[in-house]
Design a protein around this ligand. Structure first.
Ligand code: ADP
Ligand code: MG
Length: 237
């Protein structure tokens, strides 16, 4: 308890000793989840950069994702007031959507956007696309860092013959960058349902599976795994 660990199910500790595989979420689990805005891009000439930043900060007001706070702070630092939204809803595993001034906006992952973007993305960055009605009007590139303990963790797991796999909703390039540094197998562009299916497949193969995650998008797989370890914001779900 003094280290901030709460065990809700005593048997989970016993099962954990026999674990074969551990699935780790990336953002907020292996990385700090403390994002920095690296770049804001305009994708048409309808809006100025300030207006795009105001829309980004406004729509993130409805999200508790680690990306949200970093975008809101970024706008604050430049004295840009967030745009006001009439309604905002979270789309688990891919972003947020909301209504403002008669338009429908979405701030979503590259995968959820689903079309190619003609732009340079900084290496290892996470990219979220701002969509108005059906048009991409802007994009924000963000980066976070590995937790200082992640490398040590992966080493310890391997030494104990527990196979680590990283499963992330993030894009292929960002996932690959982190996986390479850690020397870990990975799956990118994973929806909450994909993470769930991954746990299910491994369990069906007769493996004992631990899932570690920090977000709403990890809730289904945390619940299905033999042992679910929720950290940070994940403890609320
Ligand atoms: P992970 O599985 O690594 O924790 P998430 O499933 O939480 O990642 O997010 C996947 C991707 O969806 C992010 O990399 C980001 O591009 C996008 N995304 C999710 N939530 C938000 C948000 N609130 N604002 C902007 N982009 C978001
Ligand atoms: Mg996460």
């Amino acid at each position: 308890a003094s280290r901030g660990l709460l065990v809700k199910d005593r048997q989970a500790l016993e099962i954990a000793q026999d674990a074969d595989v551990i699935i780790l979420d990336k953002t907020g689990t292996l990385t700090t989840g403390e994002f920095k805005v690296l770049d804001v891009k305009l994708l048409n000439d309808k809006y100025t950069k300030e207006e795009i930043i105001a829309l980004l900060a406004g729509i993130e007001g409805g999200s508790s994702h680690p990306i949200a706070q970093s975008i809101i702070s970024f706008a604050e630092q430049q004295d840009i007031r967030p745009a006001s939204f009439d309604s905002i809803d979270v789309i688990s595993g891919s972003g947020v959507e909301g209504k403002a001034g008669g338009h429908r906006y979405q701030l979503i992952s590259q995968k959820a956007y689903g079309r190619n973007l003609d732009m340079d993305i900084p290496k290892g960055a996470t990219l979220s696309v701002l969509v108005e009605n059906d048009d991409a009007i802007g994009a924000v590139a963000l980066g976070d860092e590995l937790k200082p303990t992640s490398k040590e963790l992966i080493k310890a797991l391997k030494k104990n013959n527990i196979q680590p796999i990283m499963a992330t909703g993030d894009n292929e390039k960002a996932a690959q960058g982190v996986a390479e540094v850690l020397g870990i197998e990975y799956r990118s562009n994973q929806s909450p349902q994909d993470k769930y299916e991954l746990v299910k497949t491994l369990k069906d193969e007769g493996k004992k599976v631990i899932m570690v995650g920090d977000g709403v998008n990890d809730a289904p797989s945390l619940a299905l795994a033999d042992v679910g370890i929720a950290i940070g914001a994940g403890t609320q779900v």
